[in-house]
Design a protein around this ligand. Structure first.
Ligand SMILES: Cc1cc2nc3c(=O)[nH]c(=O)nc-3n(C[C@H](O)[C@H](O)[C@H](O)COP(=O)(O)O)c2cc1C
Length: 118
């Protein structure tokens, strides 16, 4: 719901004196502006005595209940094309995180690590 889950918020809130890089997945795919909004929300859980480094988000899988909801919506016969597009997006999301996402996450980790080391 635009933020991390409660367990992650609790974990972040309890960290002190650390260098923190965030990474995670979203239901939403490939939307940097949206990712930035989520990151800005999640960052607020980090106490100020830590050093926030950076964050990486990519597309992840969505819970199957989301597809079931779309399928129910499709039965109503309204906005059929839009709902079919949402179902296609859901199905594409099932292939993520993929190798390219993993490679991008690894690159991100290396970049952060270099900054910590320097
Ligand atoms: C309760 C709930 C709320 C979610 N809210 C969002 C959201 O606001 N934006 C988004 O992009 N994805 C949202 N998602 C989708 C998850 O972020 C996505 O499925 C993620 O890849 C799950 O990763 P995990 O399986 O490691 O928990 C939500 C999922 C759940 C269960």
């Amino acid at each position: 719901r635009g933020d991390c889950d409660e367990k992650t918020a609790e974990l972040l809130s309890g960290l002190h004196g650390k260098k923190i890089a965030l990474f995670g997945t979203c239901g939403m795919g490939n939307d940097p502006a949206y990712y930035q909004k989520v990151i800005d929300r999640v960052k607020t859980w980090i106490p100020e005595d830590n050093e926030y480094m950076d964050a990486f988000l990519c597309q992840g899988k969505m819970p199957i209940q989301v597809r079931r909801r779309y399928e129910e919506m499709a039965k109503s016969g309204q906005n059929t094309e839009q709902i079919q597009a949402m179902i296609r997006n859901f199905d594409r999301a099932m292939l993520h995180p993929d190798r390219a996402d993993e490679a991008a996450a690894a690159d991100f980790a290396v970049q952060v690590w270099k900054r910590i080391g320097s």
